[in-house]
Design a protein around this ligand. Structure first.
Ligand SMILES: Nc1ncnc2c1ncn2[C@@H]1O[C@H](COP(=O)(O)OP(=O)(O)OC[C@H]2O[C@@H]([n+]3cccc(C(=O)O)c3)[C@H](O)[C@@H]2O)[C@@H](O)[C@H]1O
Ligand SMILES: Nc1ncnc2c1ncn2[C@@H]1O[C@H](COP(=O)(O)OP(=O)(O)OP(=O)(O)O)[C@@H](O)[C@H]1O
Ligand SMILES: [Mg+2]
Length: 247
């Protein structure tokens, strides 16, 4: 990949989408991870002085917030911090009546974890709406292909500038953009629970996934696993089904 060429294309793409929409700027959720760092750096180039970083810790590690602040400084964008931890706790209590008599523990853990990205989605839209900004998503091709994101959570966005780049290409772009090496080297994680990592949860490494997406090469078992993730997440990449009504 020619990182300079890709960078220019994506900045121009963001500029064009921003202009077409009539919106006044771009908002990005900053987690301290590489995807949001790259998305923020591109947004800042496309809308200098009109890009906002939004930090939304929700029982998150303090190091994540420090990294996110570092990214905002490095990229040169203003940021706001919204601590969602108390909101999450109150909501968890308020949601008690929605629980079935015997909730499956695995389902309960995932449902509760997915509340975090969904709270971030509404917070980010609020920060964007009050400024007339669009919400820039950070999903990359590897995540989109496997459905490794929360529907209407971090998947609920206006633009996906990184959507055609596999994770390794996002890393190449991060190096081209001269983002801090510590951010580039971080283990990819959704940060939804202690010790979570993308590769651990998916059971696939990004190297394997990216190789399959770029070259179509994978061992049969791996291929089956990736295609199964792709199949069951199809609904996330489409609008909700609408019945055709016969009148
Ligand atoms: N066939 C179908 N047609 C229409 N809708 C369908 C459906 N199958 C499921 N659904 C719906 O989709 C729901 C499942 O999707 P969803 O709610 O997203 O939940 P799910 O995919 O189960 O969980 C989200 C996954 O993304 C990961 N994640 C989340 C957030 C950020 C990141 C990150 O990398 O930063 C990663 C997270 O760790 C977890 O593995 C079902 O509960 C159901 O409501
Ligand atoms: N604590 C947070 N504050 C603000 N935004 C967040 C936070 N956690 C997650 N997000 C948003 O959700 C997006 C999805 O998270 P994801 O983990 O896939 O990306 P990342 O953290 O940028 O990179 P990596 O995948 O390498 O961890 C982030 O890019 C960011 O926009
Ligand atoms: Mg992350």
């Amino acid at each position: 990949m020619n990182a300079g060429k890709v960078c220019d294309q994506l900045v121009r793409w963001l500029e064009a989408n921003l202009q077409r929409s009539g919106a006044e700027g771009l908002a990005v959720g900053l987690s301290g991870g590489i995807d949001s760092a790259v998305a923020a750096a591109l947004a800042q180039r496309a809308a200098p002085g009109r890009t906002l970083g939004v930090l939304m810790p929700c029982h998150s590690n303090l190091e994540d917030q420090a990294d996110a602040e570092r990214v905002a400084r490095h990229v040169g964008i203003p940021h706001v911090v919204v601590d969602l931890s108390p909101v999450y706790d109150i909501l968890a209590r308020a949601l008690q009546p929605t629980l079935p008599a015997e909730a499956d523990p695995g389902r309960l853990q995932l449902a509760r974890a997915n509340v975090k990205p969904r709270l971030r989605m509404l917070t980010l839209y609020h920060a964007a709406n009050v400024r007339g900004y669009l919400v820039v998503g950070t999903g990359n091709r590897s995540e989109l292909y496997t459905g490794y994101y929360t529907k209407y959570g971090d998947g609920g966005v206006d633009l996906l500038p990184l959507g055609d780049l596999v994770k390794g290409e996002v890393r190449e772009l991060a190096r081209y953009l001269e983002l801090p090496e510590a951010i580039i080297q971080r283990t990819p994680s959704a940060g939804l629970w202690e010790g979570q990592s993308d590769e651990g949860e998916m059971g696939i490494t990004y190297a394997e996934l990216d190789r399959y997406l770029l070259e179509g090469a994978a061992a049969p078992e791996l291929l089956a696993r990736i295609e199964a993730l792709h199949r069951v997440s199809r609904h996330k990449r489409e609008l909700p089904p609408i019945p055709r009504v016969a009148r």
